[in-house]
Write a protein that binds this ligand. Structure first.
Ligand SMILES: COC[C@@H]1[C@H](c2ccc(C#Cc3ccccc3)cc2)[C@@H]2CN(C(=O)Nc3ccc(OC4CC4)cc3)C[C@@H](O)[C@@H](O)CN12
Length: 292
């Protein structure tokens, strides 16, 4: 039907069939929820069911102070190197830190206290001021615990599920960023048994029972444990996370009473999502194909 023969009126001779209003149109391509967000919602529901409150994680940029120093992670630790951490050029330094607390952190790094020897090095404020992309959500846990320690003591359960950034080489199963899931319980007199109990409760809600634990090391927790679960589908033991008890050198400078303990654990969102959705290349989780 061109403009010409429309104007000439040829169409008047044409035979048109009845319009069928019951004909089905082409199937509308509906949207899909992203697998990561569906699994995130599952984890969030579990945390909320067992009485955990969500921490505010809406700051990707963090100071080295909250990301490392407050966690008693020494300034010469390799994780603080630019090969593992994304430091910011602008704004390169943090605007403000709680000065009285900074002095207590400096002292515990340099000379210990509370029964600790410390690391016996010259702690530098310039190092703590450096802005970075947070390498773990434990930086948020540090901020929340510091705020909690300023109140009259009350037990708390917090969780966070958000993006963290590591300056690592990317490959089929590793990207420069991932979503960390972290839970913590703060109360008087908590023991490693309470940590094991909380982990049993949490992971059993995901169908992961029969947990096994292996001694591990984190700069900010002592003791620390890697967490394993026997995966019926894969017929093998799978590492499902890491955990531990925050050190007194982290908690006592915040101002917590001596008998307050914090048990905490972490895992990633990508690993369970890839397993639950049978995705073997992590890039398939993110947008269009990017061949790095
Ligand atoms: C550099 O990233 C390390 C990441 C990530 C990780 C590791 C440790 C923490 C932590 C912590 C922590 C420790 C103490 C106190 C506070 C936080 C958080 C994320 C996962 C943690 N991991 C991990 O998620 N594994 C996992 C979790 C769930 C799962 O469910 C499947 C349905 C069955 C399967 C697998 C363990 C390994 O994948 C490990 O090789 C990779 N880990």
């Amino acid at each position: 039907l061109t403009r010409e023969n429309l104007q000439r009126g040829d169409w008047k001779e044409l035979e048109f069939k009845e319009y069928n209003f019951n004909a089905k149109g082409p199937p509308a391509e509906a949207g899909h929820l992203h697998p990561l967000l569906k699994v995130k919602q599952q984890f969030m529901n579990i945390f909320l069911q067992i009485g955990f409150e969500e921490m505010p994680t809406n700051n990707f940029v963090e100071s080295s102070f909250w990301n490392f120093d407050a966690l008693f992670q020494p300034q010469q630790h390799p994780a603080r190197d630019s090969h593992d951490t994304f430091f910011l050029e602008a704004p390169s330094t943090t605007r403000e830190l709680p000065e009285d607390y900074v002095q207590l952190v400096k002292r515990v790094h340099e000379s210990g206290g509370y029964g600790s020897r410390g690391y016996m090095y010259d702690w530098k404020r310039e190092e703590a001021n450096k802005n970075l992309l947070r390498t773990h959500t434990t930086a948020v846990s540090a901020r929340m615990l510091y705020a909690l320690a300023k109140q009259p003591f009350a037990p708390k359960r917090y969780f966070s599920i958000d993006r963290v950034f590591r300056n690592e080489s990317v490959d089929r199963t590793h990207l420069a960023e991932f979503h960390q899931i972290e839970g913590l319980v703060c109360d008087r007199g908590l023991t490693l048994g309470d940590l094991i109990g909380v982990l049993d409760n949490f992971f059993s809600r995901l169908g992961m029972s029969k947990l096994r634990f292996k001694p591990a090391y984190n700069p900010y927790t002592e003791p620390s444990m890697e967490i394993f679960s026997y995966h019926e589908g894969l017929k093998k033991w799978v590492e499902i996370g890491n955990s531990g008890m925050f050190r007194p050198e982290m908690l006592l400078p915040m101002g917590f009473p001596e008998d307050v303990r914090v048990i905490a654990w972490g895992l990633s969102l990508e690993r369970p999502t890839m397993i639950l959705y049978g995705i073997d290349n992590i890039r398939d989780l993110f947008g269009h194909k990017v061949d790095l």
